[in-house]
Ligand binder design. Structure first.
Ligand SMILES: NC(=O)c1ccc[n+]([C@@H]2O[C@H](COP(=O)([O-])OP(=O)(O)OC[C@H]3O[C@@H](n4cnc5c(N)ncnc54)[C@H](OP(=O)(O)O)[C@@H]3O)[C@@H](O)[C@H]2O)c1
Length: 252
């Protein structure tokens, strides 16, 4: 792998499992000085730290609340470090039935997936270096109308939009902001959020195998590699984009 993150500080929301965890492991292996990872579940975060190593610093915080955002910012401030990379990745995917969706369901998805991303990036700005790379996890669903996922789909469309606006808003500081949109990636979100059992996950994999030119779902490792690219100097002229990493699923 061509990248080198020696001495860099990386902040990853939702770094305890799935895409965020794989990304944290890679940054640590490639020399990052400090890899902050956040999540709500303490034991999952501790298990992740074991995998990442000494550079990992865990922060227990809910990005869907302003208090949680404050906890994250205070931890970075206390470390005395400034951030080279901010990966606003935490998110949930839950089905909602249009026609019977409650206000609480709406708020939950938008608080975590939209408000959480907005305030993570905004409140960390004083601790983010000029020239840093900010990466937002959107999803290919932002361009799709996947049934029973209208809240999730719309939340990710908002995240994609933030990459456009933030990249302009942060122009003077030369901070690049890009959205990364994974396609179907096998992570705990399938069980935890979408409540899929083993048979449903197998069925989903078979659907992707026939629908995507790549003929299979992604591994979190394959998404993490693209985060590294966006964070690297190799992406120095990549700004404001949505980079789909979906095996072609939403491209054809
Ligand atoms: N897997 C896919 O097919 C796919 C496709 C497109 C986009 N994505 C996006 O990729 C991102 C990562 O998902 P994943 O697939 O890697 O799923 P995952 O394994 O479930 O990871 C989600 C991470 O976010 C954290 N998280 C969730 N809600 C949080 C909250 N309120 N506050 C703080 N942390 C929170 C989780 O930890 P805790 O639960 O402990 O808080 C976990 O670390 C999400 O934004 C998801 O929407 C996934």
């Amino acid at each position: 792998m061509p990248y080198n993150f020696n001495g860099k500080n990386v902040f990853i929301t939702g770094g305890s499992t799935g895409i965020g965890l794989e990304t944290a492991i890679k940054f640590a292996k490639l020399g990052a000085k400090k890899v902050f990872i956040t999540g709500r579940n303490e034991s999952t975060l501790k298990a992740a730290k074991e995998l990442i190593g000494d550079s990992a610093e865990i922060i227990i915080a809910d990005v869907g609340t302003i208090n949680g955002i404050k906890t994250m910012v205070e931890a970075v401030a206390a470390s005395g470090e400034k951030l080279d990379v901010v990966f606003a990745n935490a998110g949930i995917a839950e089905n909602n039935s249009f026609g019977a969706t409650s206000s609480d369901e709406f708020d939950k998805t938008f608080d975590i997936n939209v408000k959480g991303v907005f305030f993570t990036v905004q409140e960390l700005l004083p601790y983010t270096l000029d020239g840093a790379s900010v990466i937002l996890t959107a999803s290919v669903v932002s361009n799709k109308g996947m049934p029973n996922l209208s809240l999730y789909n719309a939340s990710k469309a908002a995240v994609r939009s933030f990459a456009r606006s933030f990249s302009n808003d942060l122009k003077a500081r030369k901070i690049r902001v890009n959205a990364l949109s994974p396609g179907v990636t096998i992570t705990p979100i399938m069980q935890n959020g979408l409540k899929m059992d083993a048979a449903a996950i197998e069925g989903f994999k078979q659907y992707v195998a026939q629908a995507a030119p790549s003929g299979r779902a992604a591994t979190p490792d394959e998404i993490a590699d693209v985060v590294l690219f966006l964070a690297s100097d190799g992406a120095s002229y990549v700004n404001g984009i949505e980079l789909s990493v979906d095996g072609g699923l939403a491209q054809v």
